[in-house]
Design a protein around this ligand. Structure first.
Ligand SMILES: [Zn+2]
Length: 62
């Protein structure tokens, strides 16, 4: 099972999505995207909460 996030759930209209094995890794990828695409320089507690609530568990279909 992997974690998946759609930036659209945090920033409406953004088409960026990311997947990672762990929430920590996923947060890193989201922050790398957010700093480049949205000018986000700091992961504030408010932003972290938003991002965490947007994370979905993705189960691979066989
Ligand atoms: Zn985005």
């Amino acid at each position: 099972m992997e974690k998946r996030i759609a930036c659209n759930d945090v920033v409406p209209g953004c088409t960026f999505t990311a997947t990672a094995a762990t929430e920590e890794e996923l947060l890193k990828r989201v922050m790398a995207h957010a700093s480049q695409a949205h000018g986000v320089t700091e992961l504030t507690p408010e932003l972290a909460a938003k991002v965490r609530s947007a994370i979905r568990n993705h189960v691979h279909a066989k």
